[in-house]
Design a protein around this ligand. Structure first.
Ligand SMILES: Nc1nc2c([nH]c(=O)n2[C@H]2C[C@H](O)[C@@H](COP(=O)(O)OP(=O)(O)OP(=O)(O)O)O2)c(=O)[nH]1
Length: 155
């Protein structure tokens, strides 16, 4: 039997107030160079997924994120030649600092619906669909909670 180790990678969908999500372009010299990905990276040995993502976001974008600002949004798997990629995506709506590309060639903000036309790693399209569903669910929940609030206007 060909046994492959799980290769855990964490990634973030940083969502701005317009519902756009930050993508970064993988630099030349790395596997999948030129493709647009969610910021993140490998979970190191002994590290929790959340600690790994907080570290990667500080290293790659110079932003600071609290662990309670990470909400799991979905995952994807892909068989690689030597390992089995497990890619875990978190939604992040709050962070400190302005994202700057440290490890990436460029950054861009995109609506999930517009990501289908971008070249992304093969594992990512299912994640983009999960993210779109997750953000639509959040938006519907926010509208429902707003409708349930008592009318604040004077009688
Ligand atoms: N960050 C990220 N990685 C992804 C995505 N999709 C996808 O297949 N990957 C893969 C590409 C790589 O095989 C792996 C991430 O490894 P990496 O080498 O870029 O991570 P890293 O930032 O820890 O890199 P390094 O410090 O070792 O240079 O996950 C994605 O959307 N975001």
């Amino acid at each position: 039997m060909n046994e492959r180790m799980i290769f855990p990678v964490v990634a973030a969908a940083l969502v701005d107030s317009a519902g756009r999500v930050l993508l970064q372009q993988r630099p030349a010299g790395k596997p999948l160079a030129g493709l647009w990905e969610f910021p993140g990276g490998k979970v190191e040995r002994g590290e929790s997924p959340e600690a790994a993502l907080i570290r990667e976001l500080a290293e790659e974008l110079e932003i600071s994120v609290a662990s309670d600002a990470l909400t799991p949004a979905g995952f994807a798997t892909e068989m690689l030649p030597d390992r089995h990629l497990l890619l875990m995506l978190y939604v992040v709506r709050e962070w400190q600092g302005e994202a700057r590309p440290h490890a990436a060639t460029a950054l861009r903000w995109e609506q999930p619906a517009d990501m289908a036309s971008l070249p992304m790693p093969p594992a990512d399209p299912p994640l983009v669909r999960q993210l779109a569903a997750c953000l639509a669910w959040d938006a519907a929940g926010i509208r429902r909670s707003a409708a349930a609030l008592p009318d604040a206007s004077p009688a």
